[in-house]
Every structure is written in C-alpha cells, then in structure tokens.
Design a protein around this ligand. Sequence first.
Ligand code: NDP
Length: 448
Amino acid sequence: MNQVLNPATEETIAELPEATVEEADRAVAAAKAAFPAWRAVSPPDRGRLLRRLATLVEETSEELAQLETSNVGKPISDSRAEATMVADVFHFYAGAVDKHHGETIPVSGGIDMTFREPLGVVGLITPWNFPMNIASWKLGPSLACGNTVVLKPAELTPLSAIRLGELVLEAGIPEGVVNVVVGPGRTVGQRLVEHRDVAKIGFTGSTEIGRGVMQAAAGTIKRVTLELGGKSANVVFADADLERAAASAPSAAFGNAGQDCCARSRILVERSAYDRFLDLLVEAAGGLRVGDPRDESTEMGPLISAEHRERVSSYVNGNVVFSGNVPNGSGFWFPPMLVEASNDDRVAREEVFGPVAAVIPFEGEEEAVRLANDTPYGLSGSIWTEDGARALRVARAIDSGVLSVNSNTSVRVSTPFGGFKQSGFGRELGLHALDGYSEVKNLYIATG
Ligand code: NDP
C-alpha cells in the first residue's frame, strides 16, 4: 500500500494500492485500443472535449487546489493559481487543435504536402513538486494531437492526477484515452519507458532519472521530452532597481519551498551594489510568511518528505546570512536560508531543491555571463538592469531555455518552456509543445 502523506502534518491522507508492471501493461493496452477511434475524432470535436475538460477544471478548481495543498504542502494561494493554470492550459490546447497544421511545399512534377500525425500511445511521467500543473502541460498537447495517454504521477503526490483522470471521463473523453497508473517509478515508470507499444515519453523529473529514461528509451528508439533539473541564476546589476529585485528574489528562490526546477537559487550580484543589495535581500527574506499552507497569507510551506529534508540540510555548511523561522511540531519544515558562497561551492553547483539560495558577487558583465553559464544546467534565469541593450546582450549570452528581464517569472501557458544543456530538451507549453507530440509526414503526389 502507498501511504500518501500531508507534508505539513505528516498525517496519512490516503492509502492507495501500488500498481504493478502488469497493470502498467494493461493501461498501455487500453490506450492502444483507444487510439484508432481517438485519432479519428475530428479536430473541432477534440477541441470541444478539451474545452469541456477545461470548464470542469474551473468548476472543480477549489477542490483541486485543496487536494494539491494537502498532498504537496504548497500554500493554498499557489494551489489556486495552479488550478487556474490547469484550466487555462486545456483551454489553450482546445483552441490549438486546428492551428497546428501542415504545409504545401513547392516541388517539381507534383504537389508536396505535410501532415501532423499523432504518435500513438504516449507515457507521461511527472514529479511531485507541481503534480497537477505538469500533468496538464503534457496532457493538453498529447490529447490535442490525437494521442492516447498513460499518466504516471509521482507516488508521493498522486491525488490531483487521479482527480484529473476522473474529470477527463466526466468531460466525455472516451475511456482508454487517458489512463492514470499510480506505481513506483523504478517498476511502473521504467516499464512505460521500455514498452514497445509506447511511442513517446514526456518526462519531468531529476536529471539523474532523466538520464536513465533516455538510455532505456533507446531500446525502442522512443521519442523523449525531458524537463529536468535547474540551477538558475538571478543576475542583479548595480544599475538595477535594487529594491524591486530584492523584493522579488526570495519568492523566486523559496517559492514552493525551493522545490522548483526554475528556482533562482544562485543570486549573482554586481560587487559595487553587493552590500546594499544583501541588506535589502535579507530584509525581504525576513518578510516571507512560512507556515500552515491552508492559511491564505502563507507564502512558503514545508518540504515534501523527511528524507528530502535530510538531503536539503546537507547543503547548509557555508556562511549563512539569513535563516527564517518555521513552525514547531509535526511537518517537514525547513527554514528559508541565504548563504554567501562562491560559484564553486556545492550549494551553488548542485540542485538543492529546497529553500537554500547562494548569494555570489561578480565583477562586470563578462563575469556575470561566465558565472551564469558555469553550471551543467540551463533552465531559467533572470537579469535585473535598467540598461536595455545590456539586458538583451546578457540574455542572448546565457545558455538557458527561459529567461526574464526585471522579472522572475518563467512559465506562461502560451510560451515555450524547457531547458538547455542537462536541464533537458523538448519544449512544453505554447504551440511548441505540439511538435513534441506529433510526427511530420511528407506526402508527394505526382501530377504529371
Ligand atoms: P524524480 O526524477 O525522482 O522522479 C520523477 C518521476 O519519475 C516520478 O514520477 C518518479 O516516480 C519517476 N521515476 C523514478 N524512477 C524512474 C525510472 N527508473 N523510470 C521511469 N520513471 C521513473 O524527480 P522528483 O519527483 O524527485 O522531482 C524533482 C525533480 O524534478 C527535480 O530535479 C526538478 O528539478 C525536476 N523538475 C523539472 C522540471 C522541469 O520542467 N524542468 C519541473 C519540475 C521538476 P516515483 O517518484 O513515483 O517513484
């Protein structure tokens, strides 16, 4: 039995049977059987079904948000925003169904055209930090393109995915099109990756497991999209609006208790503004409200598990310049922390995936870019400056998939999201995601 916990209270909130490899096979078989009929549904009708799903998510959003908060420990205001995003994602892909089309290409002797064909059965493997959101990022384009799906949520946080599966059926999407299998990654997940009837794996998780997924997918030349870890830089130049940059930096590093692949966990600050910025940053971090995730004013909740808390605490051995307060008693609490560091320190090199940010000085634009890029990852990042030309120069020079200027946002429904380097490849969200869930077919017709 899988005991599903509330990380803020350590109470068991659900007990679920663990799916076996045989059940994963049955889910794949159901998805395979449902594929011919689903791909034949006309694009406008597929769009209508996705729109109905989006509306149901809107109507159920408070329940979904409460479920996510109790299972992940994230503040209820975050969960509500995430539920809204899930609905927006399905609305977006409902409207995208008939906007992802082929082309005609001028050739000699005939007519050449391309089609976007679905792949077949796709396996979607998701992590525990944004379970409902990331499931929707993969379900939306998969279904829009006419694929059928086996979704495997992380065992720690399966509840919102199960509820989404129910809403899929309620929306009128036929049985077998979306199958949710709750089981361990090393057995059920691995089976999906190796299964010869699964055409593609959409994976979000750690770089380490992603590497294994890529290797296991080679056996069947499976398509893979990998959204992996990050170690993103928040680059603050001396000419920036330091107050704004400092006010935004704590939530960029500590949002979702730092369990965010886009966390700006390296705060790079130009030396001439370093002392002033650090004062502002420590003051802003002190204002972060850590506590009961059900409280509307809470900004940071607990970590996901006791085991993960152990791992996060192993990174704290440097010069701690700020450590926040956390509630006493049960719950996997860990305080937000700022650590002065060099970019060579372990805390600045590895993905902590907790509320520990490294503050690192730099001297001038060239060093800022060098340090920002001195990491195996390349997922997101921010640049704070009032010099527009410099913002563009630095943005072009940083090897990262998602960057913001004078902002710490990373994710929008309509814009591509994904990594460079060991943060993975392929893009989610926006119209780009549709490319990852379809094949291009070329057809030539001789007219001579
Ligand atoms: P993991 O890599 O441990 O797990 C991710 C998913 O993969 C889970 O569903 C897990 O199942 C499954 N899994 C584990 N082993 C295998 C296997 N051998 N074959 C197939 N699937 C397997 O990541 P976490 O859940 O710990 O999530 C945190 C990580 O996710 C962080 O590194 C973070 O950076 C990354 N992430 C990346 C994002 C991005 O878009 N780039 C977004 C969010 C997170 P189970 O846990 O049930 O065993």
